[in-house]
Design a protein around this ligand. Structure first.
Ligand code: UDP
Length: 455
């Protein structure tokens, strides 16, 4: 695919803090100075995905599930489906599309995945929008709206193809439909999929997005309390995310491989490991994770804390939070901040999850939290923030622990570090919960049901 660039102007953003609270939390806003003319023609890019065969899942989910999927897919054979989001790597949406798209193909649908294009300022604006929708006090300024609409419009007007179902993920591409409708180019059914925790969304961010959401034929949310005000979409569906038990991320490496990988990063596999796998993001509360570790270390001086992060292309805030966490961790040799830049990929994440003693997910907001699901699937006891989608996954005390602050999380971590039996009991229950509710085959069925209801 060719990206045509003409009359490029360099765009100079200003930096200034927007509000007391934003400044206190270290947030800097980019004020957009819109260019006179359109400068870059942006086209969505196609993401190549591997082949996956639905039959391979039979031994994990059973005959009945596979048969139901095939029956539901029958009337949808040949349906053209495209998923649109804003990044091909980093974060839960990309993680899921690498499975959803090939499995839809395996069931006979013609599924594709396209990613919108944007510059750094666009992704800064969309990250602010994301933060504001998750409840951070950031105003959605006129400049931000203009920047957002300018880039989304370019993507929309260059969107090619004729699809029966278009599934648009998250706020970044949400307004595309608006521009296609205005241009009388809407084809097929459009579904907006919200992955974020909008329980405490700021009014101006929600109100900005609402007219664009209302254009859709359907919207999918993870929980009903994420819908702040009534929607006018044709249909609202509630679908929880899921993991792929056959992805490299979720296949557990042999103990020797785990040892080899973990030693490579200087972490001692013979000492207890607390692990948090997350983008560096205020909502993932990496500083709270460090506090938890410090309190636990008083009881267990041998314990180590490992952060695994992937730096997503649509998340420019990641570096800011990486630095913040690194400064907060200081010179402690038992705290490790590792990322995809040091070769942390699916195999490494899986090895660390499998080898850790306790998995932490100290989130303050969490649309769902696939990292929680992944660790639960590996039979790990997870201590996680009592927020958002984590509440759908962990039944407190039974298959994990829900916490509201670092003191509580340290108490739970200490309890788990000191008691192997509890770790095993909680971990086994965690695995069962994922088997029952959060595997990709269940989510595929939910998608098929939705498509059939819109047909
Ligand atoms: N992830 C990864 N490598 C990392 C950090 C995260 O592959 O170094 C993956 C993680 O395993 C999970 C996804 O990114 O599959 C994060 O999804 P989640 O729903 O937990 O959070 P999000 O980033 O979407 O807010």
């Amino acid at each position: 695919m060719k990206l045509r660039i003409f009359n490029v102007q360099v765009f100079q953003p200003l930096r200034r803090p927007v509000s007391e609270s934003a400044a206190v939390s270290g947030v800097i806003i980019w004020v957009y100075d819109p260019p006179e003319d359109s400068v870059v023609v942006r086209m969505l890019t196609q993401v190549p995905v591997q082949f996956k065969d639905i039959e391979a899942y039979r031994s994990i989910v059973g005959d009945q599930v596979i048969q139901t999927l095939k029956e539901k897919a029958e009337p949808l054979k040949g349906a053209r489906v495209v998923h649109i989001n804003s990044t091909a790597y980093g974060g839960g949406v990309a993680e899921m599309l690498y499975t959803t798209v090939p499995l839809m193909r395996s069931l006979g649908l013609e599924a594709e995945w396209q990613v919108i294009q944007g510059d750094q300022d666009f992704f800064t604006v969309t990250k602010f929008l994301h933060n504001s929708l998750q409840g951070m006090e950031i105003p959605t300024t006129r400049e931000m709206r203009e920047k957002y609409l300018h880039i989304v419009k370019e993507n929309a007007l260059n969107f090619q193809g004729d699809y029966d179902f278009v599934v648009v993920h998250d706020p970044q591409p949400c307004a595309m439909l608006e521009f296609l409708e205005r241009a009388k180019r809407k084809r097929g059914r459009w579904i907006w999929r919200c992955h974020i925790d909008t329980t405490f969304a700021q009014d101006d961010a929600w109100d900005f997005l609402l007219p664009f959401i209302n254009r859709y034929d359907a919207a999918i949310f993870t929980k009903d309390d994420y819908i702040k005000t009534p929607l006018e979409v044709g249909k609202v569906a509630f679908i929880t995310p899921s993991i792929d038990p056959l992805s490299p991320k979720n296949m557990i490496p042999e103990p020797e491989v785990q040892r080899f990988i973990i030693n490579r990063y200087g972490v001692d596999i013979n000492r207890p490991i607390i692990l948090q796998v997350s983008r560096f993001d205020p909502w993932k509360d990496p500083l709270g994770a460090v506090d938890t570790y410090r309190m636990a270390k008083k009881e267990f001086p041998q314990v180590q804390l490992v952060f695994l992060a992937s730096m997503a292309s649509d998340d420019p805030e990641g570096w800011h939070y990486y630095e913040k966490t690194s400064n907060y961790a200081g010179e402690d040799p038992d705290i490790f901040l590792l990322s995809n830049l040091q070769g942390i990929g699916n195999l490494e994440v899986s090895a660390f999850q499998a080898a850790s003693t306790v998995v932490l997910q100290k989130s303050l907001r969490e649309g769902f939290g696939l990292t929680v699901t992944e660790a639960m699937w590996k039979g790990k006891p997870v201590v996680a923030g009592k927020v958002g989608g984590i509440l759908l996954q962990i039944d407190d005390g039974l298959n994990g622990f829900l916490v509201e602050n670092p003191v509580e999380s340290a108490e739970r971590v200490v309890k788990l570090l000191g008691d192997e039996k509890i770790r095993e009991r909680v971990g086994a229950a965690a695995h069962r919960k994922v088997q029952e509710k959060f595997l990709c085959t269940r989510k595929l069925q939910d998608y098929l049901d939705l498509f059939l209801s819109l047909n």
